[in-house]
Design a protein around this ligand. Structure first.
Ligand SMILES: NC(=O)c1ccc[n+]([C@@H]2O[C@H](COP(=O)([O-])OP(=O)(O)OC[C@H]3O[C@@H](n4cnc5c(N)ncnc54)[C@H](OP(=O)(O)O)[C@@H]3O)[C@@H](O)[C@H]2O)c1
Length: 188
């Protein structure tokens, strides 16, 4: 029987720019399946093994979790779900030997933006973080026993501000930023 601690990383996920249900309802439902349902499914299947051997679950949410995100409405809501669910699950598992970390990256240089129909790096001024930066911050947070990590000082500041802003106002601001970040259709 396999031994040793288990690390489950629920990383798969995607977004798609548009007014709901653009680009189409099938893609919206697939997003809910990949970003949420698959996480519940995999975690549910592996939890007995995690409890037996000890270990950790890292769920890759997003700074999109901290405010409503017009034009990425479903995406942001799936990440808000993941953030809250992860922290609640971590609390349920306190003392069980299984730790849960919600990772909330801001704009990061991967294939995500192109797939989502967004201009790279437009959702926050300045250079995007690298995946390596995000991974290192996540492992450090896991070692420190944290339940949430927002890699990058600017991302932490903006997410903190968004969380404190009344939701309708935060949605208004986020909608303007996201609308200005749309990748022209000919570049998709
Ligand atoms: N990059 C960012 O700016 C950013 C910011 C915040 C959060 N995130 C989150 O970070 C995670 C990783 O994304 P990434 O930035 O590395 O983007 P990425 O380069 O586009 O990678 C997306 C990952 O999700 C998988 N995936 C996408 N659609 C899928 C589907 N329909 N079924 C199964 N798997 C699917 C992909 O698998 P294949 O390679 O097999 O297609 C790939 O492993 C996602 O959860 C994303 O929401 C990204």
């Amino acid at each position: 029987m396999p031994q040793g601690r288990v690390l489950l990383i629920n990383n798969s996920g995607f977004g798609a720019y548009g007014r709901f249900p653009e680009p189409n309802l099938g893609e919206q439902l697939e997003m809910a399946d990949v970003n949420m349902r698959a996480v519940l499914h995999l975690t549910g299947l592996l939890l007995p093994e995690l409890k037996r051997r000890g270990g950790a679950i890292m769920n890759i949410a997003s700074t999109a979790a901290f405010q409503p995100t017009p034009y990425l409405a479903t995406y942001g809501a799936t990440k808000a779900f993941l953030l809250h669910w992860s922290v609640a699950l971590g609390e349920e598992l306190r003392g069980s030997g299984v730790q849960v970390l919600a990772v909330c990256p801001g704009p990061t240089a991967t294939g995500f933006s192109q797939r989502a129909g967004l201009k790279p790096g437009q959702l926050a001024e300045g250079p995007r973080m690298t995946s390596e930066d995000v991974v290192m911050a996540s492992y450090r947070a896991l070692a420190a026993g944290k339940s949430i990590v927002i890699p990058g000082a600017k991302n932490r500041f903006l997410a903190g501000l968004a969380a404190l802003t009344p939701k309708p106002l935060a949605a208004r601001i986020a909608g303007r930023v996201i609308a200005g970040s749309r990748l022209p259709p000919e570049q998709r």
